[in-house]
Design a protein around this ligand. Structure first.
Ligand SMILES: O=P(O)(O)OC[C@H]1O[C@](O)(CO)[C@@H](O)[C@@H]1O
Length: 547
């Protein structure tokens, strides 16, 4: 048995899961008028309602016991203290330090992390001011008009998601474009609209070795070099965000134009570092600071709230409950706000790259399901795509509904229409509708008995489908900071509860290595027999067709 399933709380939860499977949420609400009060938490700017999750007070107590028995509190404190809890890479995990106000020293290997963070923030602030004010000039003396951010995974998703979420706050100082795909079509489409003389590239890569990013950066460099042979053009049009100064220098980027990252910031938790530079360039440094402030508020909540009212702790406990005990293999993320449309993609990386693991800290195989498949899209569009499956499919998919009281722009009646759907969907998923109600409804409409008999079973909704509702007061930078902070700490807690190391990503390395070998094979015309017959034939078909 692996370390978690031997715990008393784990075993108690296994017994409870069998009982809860026979309970219906509708009855739980009917029998307890206090259910919402009991299973909701409100903090500054956020209402978190988990009363539509399939749990009882006993289950909640057992889940809290699980948090205690897995030493979650101690692990949290180790993370904030800079202990090397990324055990497989022997690194600290300190994205929380990136949003810690100045003057709160934290020493790591003899260096004050807080000072380093604020030096880098000051450098970002000064650079952003120069570019946005038009003082930073391109090779022919014109100001920058377009920023192209080149990066992938954690070096792309956070900034792009936040840019989309907050674009209604942008002025017309700069345009921003994101390029992440190694498919050259993407960068060619972006560059086709731009003038090299007024374009600034931000190449973001912690390692500065990621093949997709390097391929795109080289294409961008060739595009600039084609437009000008002016001395020093690269220094005027390329900046980098990286922890690998040797590689940025090899690329030809001036060391003054490199913004630092540290090995204690994981890629998927890095939008608060200089990886967020595109956000600050596009929206201004003050908005970036608001984002940091929102996340810092959540750090304080996570550190100080008792677990019973601690939102990220509860989010993680619910995920483990749904997945490891109630058998839900998927989790939907459903933002009811168009600006938040990239949230599902962002959380896919954050959660699945962190906790999509199957061995414990000690390297033993787990004997439980770790994290679910994360998927989703804007709720309203999802309603007309996959909600049929959520309501009547054979698989139960817990869903997070995320909406706002006030959208980022005044859209009049639209917001009521939108949010009425949010509330109605969570209600429908919870309540369902049974044969009796359907029959009564059809009879009241004068439908014949024969037709009712044909239809009734098709119209039944079982309900009892769990949802969590997260209502933000307003979509702004602080709120986005809070929301992402909540999910980040949820993922941390989930890792501890499941005993998996959340901060490495060995699972993406194997494919990367094979791809670089195959890339070399694709560069010549020789047919290959080095691989299995499927891979050989796919490669050879591709090469013959291209010959
Ligand atoms: O910033 P880098 O080093 O280019 O890495 C990009 C991404 O690639 C990964 O290593 C694997 O997908 C991510 O963890 C990371 O965010």
């Amino acid at each position: 048995m692996s370390s978690r399933s031997v715990l008393p709380a784990w075993q108690a939860l296994q017994t409870s899961a069998e009982q809860v499977k026979n309970l219906h949420l509708k009855q739980m609400f009917a029998s307890d008028p206090q259910r919402f009060n009991q299973f909701s938490v409100a903090i500054d700017g956020v209402l978190f309602d988990y009363s539509k999750q399939r749990l009882t007070q006993d289950v909640f107590t057992q889940l809290l016991n699980l948090a205690e028995q897995t030493d979650l509190r101690q692990w949290r404190d180790k993370m904030f203290a800079g202990e090397k809890i990324n055990i497989t890479e022997d690194r600290a995990v300190l994205h929380v330090a990136l949003r810690q106000p100045a003057g709160t020293p934290l020493f790591l290997d003899g260096e004050d992390v807080n000072q380093g963070v604020h030096q880098e923030l000051a450098k970002i602030k000064a650079f952003v001011a120069r570019v946005r004010s038009g003082q930073w000039l391109g090779f022919d003396g014109q100001a920058i008009k377009n920023v192209v951010s080149i990066g992938v995974g954690g070096s792309n998703l956070g900034p792009q998601m936040a840019t989309e979420a907050l674009k209604t706050y942008a002025d017309d100082t700069l345009n921003i474009h994101y390029v992440s795909n190694a498919d050259g079509v993407q960068i060619h489409q972006v560059l086709a609209q731009l003038d090299p003389a007024t374009t600034l590239f931000v190449v973001s890569s912690k390692t500065f070795t990621t093949s997709e990013t390097m391929t795109n950066a080289k294409t961008a460099l060739a595009w600039l070099n084609k437009a000008t042979t002016a001395q020093g053009a690269v220094a005027k049009h390329f900046v980098a965000v990286s922890s690998n100064l040797a590689k940025t220098a090899d690329f030809g980027i001036d060391s003054d134009n490199v913004f630092a990252m540290w090995d204690w910031v994981g890629g998927r938790f890095s939008m608060w570092s200089a990886i967020g530079l595109p956000i600050a360039l596009y929206l201004g440094f003050e908005i970036f600071e608001e984002l940091l402030a929102g996340a810092h508020e959540i750090d304080q909540h996570f550190l100080n709230a008792d677990f019973q009212h601690n939102i990220p702790v509860i989010m993680a406990l619910l995920s483990v409950w749904n997945t490891s005990f109630l058998g839900a293999d998927a989790q939907a993320i459903l933002p009811y706000d168009q600006t938040m449309h990239m949230l599902p993609a962002y959380l896919q990386q954050a959660e699945m790259e962190s906790n999509g693991k199957s061995v414990t800290f000690a390297g033993d195989a787990v004997d439980y399901t770790t994290v679910p498949l994360i998927w989703g899209m804007t709720g309203i569009n999802g309603q007309h795509a996959f909600y049929q499956y959520l309501h009547q499919g054979t698989t139960i998919v817990p869903a997070d509904f995320i909406g706002s009281v006030t959208p980022s722009v005044d859209v009049g009646q639209h917001h009521q229409v939108l949010m009425s759907n949010f509330f109605a969907q969570t209600q429908a998923l919870m309540d369902g509708v049974n044969e009796d109600s359907i029959t009564a409804d059809l009879m009241s409409k004068g439908v014949s008995e024969a037709r009712i008999n044909e239809l009734v079973k098709h119209k039944v909704h079982q309900g009892n489908r769990p949802t969590t509702s997260i209502l933000l007061d307003k979509i702004d930078a602080r709120a986005v900071g809070r929301l992402i902070g909540l999910y980040e700490h949820k993922i941390f807690c989930q890792g501890i509860l499941l005993a998996v190391c959340s901060f490495d990503q060995w699972g993406v390395e194997l494919g990367k290595g094979l791809a670089s070998n195959i890339e070399a094979q694709l560069a010549n015309h020789d047919l290959t027999d080095e691989h299995d017959s499927s891979t050989n034939n796919l490669i050879n078909y591709f090469k013959q067709k291209r010959a």
